[in-house]
Write a protein that binds this ligand. Structure first.
Ligand code: ADP
Length: 585
């Protein structure tokens, strides 16, 4: 981070942040509040902004450095007391009565709040961190939905057909599954008879594929409620200012060409639009406000106890319902270890790429209020967790994964659990995603960004594959052979030795790029059991009145393995459903 400080004789008068490598959006709250607090208090003892701790610390460290450069005493400034009470009056939550209380300000919470408000309810949303957005904010915003318009120019290949046939050939596992499969079979037969050569897709195929990818542990009815609402939700988001590019692709682990993305591949843009519209619609949003406990009266959830931004406990009564949208527990090592049934080691040895707010609070509060928990043992590792610091292509279509030996080791279009397990088995649990200039441009990266990443060592690069191999420190002949074989497979368009079926572009237009990756804890599939109306269920399958949940805090949709690009639509669809249903109470 580059930062400059202006001093008078005896004070810091201005702090200007220059070039930095912080993640846009995540660091915004720190950029805004920390310099202001330093100047106001003439102190370096300012508290870090929760959710942007590293950015906050970077600013404090850089200012301390400037103070030292100017001949001042940074240590003395660290000892100057900071006055509290910076919040303006209306941002501090007091006891309140409202129609709908939404707990958590990520994608699910904001979608729920907007939807409830648009359906006529008065709404309070509380977020425990200093910034909204949760994980939706941090991610690329990939949103899977069938979409006849955007998918119309994507060709169907032999390999994709074989993927459909394979899922349809699976034995029946339940009545609901058999029924869904029969519907897809009919659609598939009709499609083949029509002579259509473009991509096959329907909400039912999306549902069946998601069930298959989750090892048949997902709740079929719930998954259907999800996939039959994705396109509507996408359009609702568009009506509320969220932009989507015209191009769809297959993000990692997405298994099908139906991932939509905002123009800058930025979930932050989804959050910005939702926040703007939620506020415009009259939703009252309180940051630094943490829900501690649900309030129950005669078996109905009637509100919650919240610790407000001044550290005081207040009560919010919600006449129509409480919507839990607190996300998962990837950032809670203790809970990970307690529930994990999938991985040998899910403790401290693995990082998480989640928001620090993902500590499972809503699962604990919900369970205490009688909610049933489902699928808690299934935890997703994100194979593509950056080690070198840069990313170029999170897309499966035109990139290959290779290990330190310069060899491919997995079908890149596989499920995320398969990709993560395969990556953990490689030398140093490390792998590289190799792609070329054409792919980087296709994904909207400017030359300036690419040059920045190369110059700062965030990606390896080379004008030829041999030069790239040298920069990565892998054997050049092995990597050349790997890329040649990959290109042959692209041309053939058939499943290869690893079973990869998604082929698009060859890797042959230099310069070539390769960031490095290692898996991190990414998504917790389990949580509160809900039905298709986003109502929370108890252990007997009964609805708990007044209690709704949406997003990663819920379980039952993704089974053992969440399909890449299904999380954002899950959060936003069920947020919309929860908001509308709570408002109608
Ligand atoms: P989802 O994708 O389901 O919306 P996210 O993880 O993106 O989930 O967002 C959940 C949000 O809820 C995060 O911003 C997190 O900080 C917030 N949150 C978690 N626990 C609490 C709590 N106890 N009170 C208020 N907000 C919370």
């Amino acid at each position: 981070m580059e930062l400059s400080v202006t001093f008078s004789e005896d004070a810091l008068t201005e702090i200007t942040i220059g070039k930095h490598g912080e993640t846009a959006g995540i660091s915004d709250a720190a950029f805004e509040k920390i310099p202001e607090a330093i100047i106001k208090n003439q102190s370096l003892a300012v508290d870090a902004i929760s959710g942007a701790t590293y950015s906050s610390q970077a600013i404090l460290d850089a200012v301390a450095d400037c103070v030292a450069q100017a001949g001042g005493d940074a240590e003395a400034l660290c000892a100057v007391a900071v006055e509290g009470g910076e919040e303006t009056e209306n941002t501090v939550l007091a006891d309140a009565d409202v129609d709908v209380l939404v707990i958590g300000g990520g994608g699910a919470g904001l979608s729920a709040a907007l939807s409830a408000s648009q359906n006529g309810a008065s709404v309070i949303l509380v977020e425990k961190l200093s910034a909204l957005g949760g994980n939706t904010f941090r991610c690329g915003g990939a949103f899977n939905t069938y979409d006849p318009d955007r998918q119309k120019d994507i060709p169907m290949t032999e390999a994709l057909s074989s993927a459909v046939e394979k899922v349809l050939a699976h034995e029946d596992v339940s009545e609901e599954h058999a029924k869904l499969k029969a519907e897809v079979q009919e659609q598939w037969d009709e499609y083949k008879a029509s002579g259509n050569t473009m991509l096959f897709d329907t909400p039912e195929w999306h549902a069946l594929q998601s069930i298959d990818a989750g090892d048949y542990e997902g709740n079929v009815e719930l998954v259907r409620a999800f996939t039959s609402n994705t396109l509507d939700t996408l359009n609702w988001l568009s009506d509320n200012g969220v932009e989507w590019t015209d191009q769809v692709s297959t993000v990692v682990g997405a298994l099908w060409n139906r991932s939509h993305q905002p123009p800058n591949n930025s979930g932050a843009d989804i959050i910005a639009a939702l926040e703007k519209n939620a506020r415009k619609s009259g939703v009252d949003i309180y940051l630094d406000s943490k829900a501690e406990e649900l309030l129950m009266e005669d078996g109905r959830i009637v509100g919650a106890v919240i610790t407000n931004s001044e550290g005081n406990e207040v009560t919010v009564k919600a006449a129509k319902g409480v919507i839990m949208a607190t996300g998962g527990f990837s950032a809670n090592v203790e809970m990970r270890v307690k529930y994990n049934e999938q991985w040998e080691d899910i403790g401290d040895s693995l990082k998480t790429n989640n928001s620090p707010g993902a500590t499972g609070d809503g699962i604990v509060m919900g369970e205490a209020a009688g909610a049933n928990l489902v699928g808690m043992g299934w935890i997703q590792l994100m194979p593509l967790n950056s080690v070198s610091g840069g990313g170029i292509s999170g897309y499966v279509n035109s990139s290959l994964y290779c290990n330190k030996e310069g060899k491919r080791y997995v079908a890149e279009d596989e499920r995320r659990d398969v990709l993560a397990a395969a990556a953990l088995a490689q030398t140093d649990k490390l792998f590289y995603v190799v792609c070329d200039q054409k792919e980087a441009e296709l994904r909207g990266l400017t030359q300036e960004t690419l040059d920045y990443m190369v110059e700062n060592g965030l990606v390896y690069s080379g004008d030829t594959i041999a030069e790239l191999a040298e920069s990565m420190g892998v054997p050049a002949d092995a990597l050349e052979q790997t890329v040649n074989e990959f290109n042959e497979s692209v041309k053939a368009g058939k499943p290869d030795e690893f079973g990869r079926t998604t082929w698009e572009n060859t890797i042959e237009t230099g310069p070539f790029y390769a960031p490095s990756f290692s898996p991190a804890v990414h998504h917790t599939m389990g949580g509160l059991e809900i039905n298709g109306n986003a109502e929370v269920l108890d252990a007997d399958g009964n609805v708990i009145p007044g209690f709704y949940a949406a997003g990663e805090v819920t379980g039952g949709i993704h089974g053992t393995n969440r399909v890449g690009g299904n999380a954002v639509p899950d959060a936003l669809c069920f947020g919309k459903i929860a908001g509308a249903n709570a408002a109608k109470n």
